[in-house]
Design a binder for this molecule. Structure first.
Ligand code: TXA
Ligand code: MG
Length: 330
């Protein structure tokens, strides 16, 4: 199959919507990362997302809808705080998990009684979802466990020949996946950290928990159980500048091509060593991270990450993705 990349406008949007209605899979831009979308009402279409990605069958999908879509049709009730949060943050990089009415394919939620809903803010995503006018189930458009895609080219690199169409909306400005928020309890609880931070949610809802699975417990957000976002080169994640440079020099002596991924503030000390500049703020790091990981796997034999010194806000999501990309704690 030929995989076309078309700008997300005009006839391309109509074509994408027609493909979705026919049960095919279309990749599309969102403000966080690109999604791999299919008609959420169709068992066959949803199943094909899992097989295309090589995604574990127990990892549920997020359903995407346009701003005018009546999500009440899909949900079995909504707590008052969720309504307030929707008004504050949607459309935007916040996914909300609700009790499900079971209207979409059972393969979307993998047997869970809940449904994750997201209203992306990217104009390209809104235009596509309006044209389709049905819930579109979509994980990030990467092969399972690989780095999430933040350009149409990244999607092409993973799915060339396997999907008919990629709707190109340019580079994603957010850069890490949406915050996943459990809205089934009395207090909202973050299942996956992202650009809508715990602090932001608490300031609107009064309270906000962050869920961490206990050792041995199956996590509430099954996706969080897996190694993820990993570049296809050797990696090391270290705390200090000294550890990074000694690993670097060792790799270079062996004839390898090392590269250091670190916050902007450390770069002047690297003295001619190859580096990737993660940025100087949480937002900047989120926006750059996945493109840098994909660049590293093409050019380096060993990627050495230095854990950023900042915490809180968007850094919670950035540190989570970094830890998981590097396969564990520093
Ligand atoms: O920004 C994003 O969220 C992107 C774009 C494409 O929208 N999508 C995305 O999808 O990151 P994915 O499939 O890569 O991650 C979905 C996460 C997984 O951790 C999954 O376990 C969780 O959401 N999830 C989905 N449905 C859930 C549910 N009913 N209950 C709990 N967690 C759920
Ligand atoms: Mg993903």
């Amino acid at each position: 199959m030929e995989t076309r990349i078309l700008k997300a406008e005009g006839d391309a949007l109509k074509e994408a919507a027609a493909l979705i209605r026919k049960g095919e899979v279309v990749a599309f831009h969102t403000e966080t990362v690109y999604g791999l979308g299919a008609n959420a009402f169709s068992d066959e279409a949803v199943k094909s997302i899992f097989s295309l990605k090589g995604r574990p069958a127990d990892n549920p999908l997020i359903v995407h809808v346009h701003q005018g879509y009546d999500i009440g049709k899909l949900l079995d009730g909504e707590p008052p705080y969720a309504k307030v949060l929707r008004r504050a943050f949607l459309p935007g990089p916040l996914t909300m998990v609700y009790p499900s009415k079971g209207k979409v394919s059972k393969f979307v939620s993998c047997g869970l009684p809940t449904l994750a809903i997201r209203v992306p803010s990217s104009p390209a995503a809104q235009a596509f979802l309006r044209e389709a006018d049905l819930p579109v189930a979509a994980p990030s458009a990467n092969i399972s466990k690989h780095v999430s895609p933040v350009t149409a080219q990244h999607v092409f690199d993973d799915f060339n020949g396997k999907i008919p169409l990629i709707l190109d909306g340019g580079a994603c400005t957010g850069g890490i996946e949406s915050t996943v928020l459990d809205c089934t309890g009395t207090v909202p609880q973050i299942l996956r950290e992202g650009l809508v931070t715990r602090e932001m949610i608490a300031s609107v809802a009064g309270e906000c928990g962050v869920y961490h699975a206990a050792v041995g417990e199956k996590p509430k957000s099954p996706g969080m159980a897996y190694k993820h976002y990993s570049p296809r080169c050797r990696t090391a994640y270290v705390k200090t500048f000294g550890e990074a440079t000694s690993l670097y020099d060792e790799e270079e002596t062996k004839g390898g091509k090392p590269c250091i991924l670190c916050e902007s503030g450390l770069i002047s000390r690297l003295g001619g060593r190859c580096f990737l500049d993660l940025g100087a703020s949480g937002e900047e790091m989120a926006q750059r991270l996945y493109a840098l990981l994909r660049r590293a796997e093409r050019t380096a034999t060993l990627l050495i990450g230095i854990a950023p010194s900042m915490e809180g806000g968007v850094m919670a999501g950035v540190l989570n993705r970094l830890t998981r990309a590097f396969g564990g704690d520093v």
